[in-house]
Design a protein around this ligand. Structure first.
Ligand code: PLP
Length: 439
């Protein structure tokens, strides 16, 4: 990777445009609807919250609506994408993003629902081994899920939930502290469940090292990949992760509330003879072996795949857009996207540092400066500034996430953000800091 020189001057739009023109991946922006502001493209940096709409989304939905209109129930077999096997359309794209084997992934449900389904299988406190470990200040939904799981088993979150925190005065969790916390919990640790990329700081934890440490003390290990999927390259199978789940409406661009997905490692989905496992899980008919599913037998025979965790038939209208969104990743290639992502985020970092220097503002970047420990998101604190800065950014067409007191979370997404977006943002930020001064 070629790092750019330290910036003295903010880049002009023309300079940034030349960088875009030199990168073939810039062409993918044209496949997305970019929200407009004052007659030009908004500077949309909230793909970490809701990814933009692929232009092929409407057509993908239309296909299913037409097939429903034309075929009624026969659409399950005669539709262009037969609904009976609909979930199988996503296997290839999900493998591309997760580094899973085809039998280790399935698209289904919502993220928090899937987290619960996986914890039913992978958090089974027994004897001394009762503790569940996560990061401090985990995404609230995850924490609610973890605490309610502990209570479901008769435990007390105050006792059984271990939250690993950054050291005093730091924002990030050091890898050595993860490993030490896991080793210390030892044979009391049942399960580790961490947000793979932290939603607030953008820190990408070392999933491989955490998994290894958890296994070394006999614990199961899984991740919520909401902010990792489509953002950083993953090798879940190789890293030996037990389970994972994610959503598809953030970096994966599949639409508001769109379908989640899960990964369950091969060793948990099939035995040596290739049969599905009988590990504890909540079961439904879509997890039943497909070959005999419609015999409607009373006994459950599990699929020898992650599909054993499926409960229901696919909500086709929710899932139609997921396919076109995943296809874009396969067309661009996650490896190439990651390369572009590294360059875009380094560029944003330099622009922010340049603005800080030119305006005499303390702009603190909470996100790790080591590219190996982050995806594309930067979380920036504008010390000494407040809401008026955010209002200025919004009024100028910059779409970022704002948290009090003055934390700007923003993600230059390699599929559709451009160097030009970042150069424009730099100018707006500088003007805002100069115009609004302190407070
Ligand atoms: C976005 C996000 C969620 C959202 O959960 P849903 O069930 O999809 O509403 C949960 N956890 C994390 C870590 C997230 O980033």
């Amino acid at each position: 990777m070629v790092l750019l020189e330290a910036m003295q001057e903010l880049p002009t739009r023309d300079e940034a445009r030349r960088l875009d023109q030199a990168d073939p991946l810039s062409a993918f922006r044209a496949w997305f609807h970019i929200p407009q502001h004052d007659g030009e493209d908004a500077m949309y940096f909230t793909g970490n919250s809701l990814g933009l709409q692929p232009k092929r989304a409407a057509e993908a939905l239309q296909v299913e609506l037409e097939d429903w209109a034309t075929h009624g129930v026969e659409g399950h077999f005669q539709g262009r994408n037969p609904w009976v096997n609909y979930h199988e359309r996503f296997t290839s794209g999900l493998c591309h993003l997760t580094g899973a084997k085809p039998h280790e992934v399935v698209a289904m449900n919502g993220l928090t629902v899937n987290l619960h389904l996986l914890l039913v299988s992978f958090y089974r406190p027994t004897g001394r081994r009762k503790k569940l470990m996560c990061e401090a200040k985990a995404f609230p939904s995850d924490r609610y899920a973890l605490c309610s799981q502990i209570r479901m088993h008769g435990g007390d979150p105050a006792e059984d939930l271990i939250e690993v925190a950054p050291r005093e005065g730091e924002h990030l969790i050091r890898e050595e502290d993860w490993l030490a916390a896991i080793a210390q919990a030892g044979d009391e640790l049942a399960t580790v469940m961490v947000g793979g990329v932290n939603y607030y700081t953008g820190q990408w934890h070392n999933l491989k090292a955490i998994t290894q440490a958890a296994h070394a003390v006999g614990a199961a290990c899984g991740f919520d990949l909401a902010h990792a999927m489509g953002n950083v390259p993953l090798q879940l199978h190789k890293w030996n992760v037990d389970f994972a789940c994610w959503c598809s409406y953030k970096y994966v661009n599949s639409g508001p509330g769109a379908v989640s997905g899960v990964f369950v490692h091969e060793r948990h989905v099939r035995d040596e003879d290739g049969h599905g496992t009988l590990m504890p899980r909540l079961e439904g008919w879509w997890g039943h072996d497909a070959a005999s599913r419609f015999k409607m037998d009373p006994e459950f025979i599990p699929m020898p795949t992650a599909e054993a965790w499926q409960l229901s038939n696919a909500p086709v209208l929710n899932m139609a857009v997921h396919k076109v969104a995943l296809d874009l990743f396969e067309e661009a290639g996650m490896g190439a996207l990651r390369e572009r992502s590294l360059r875009l985020t380094a560029y944003l970092e330099q622009v922010v540092q340049c603005v800080a220097q030119r305006t005499g503002t303390d702009l603190e970047i909470l996100t790790p400066n080591d590219p190996a420990q982050r995806g594309c998101q930067l979380s920036i604190v504008a010390h000494g500034h407040g809401r008026s800065l955010f209002d200025h950014l919004m009024a100028q067409g910059v779409v970022v996430d704002w948290r009090e007191p003055a934390v700007i979370r923003m993600a230059p997404v390699p599929l559709y953000n451009s160097f030009e977006d970042i150069a424009r943002f730099g100018k707006v930020l500088e003007d805002g800091l100069l115009a609004h001064g302190q407070g």
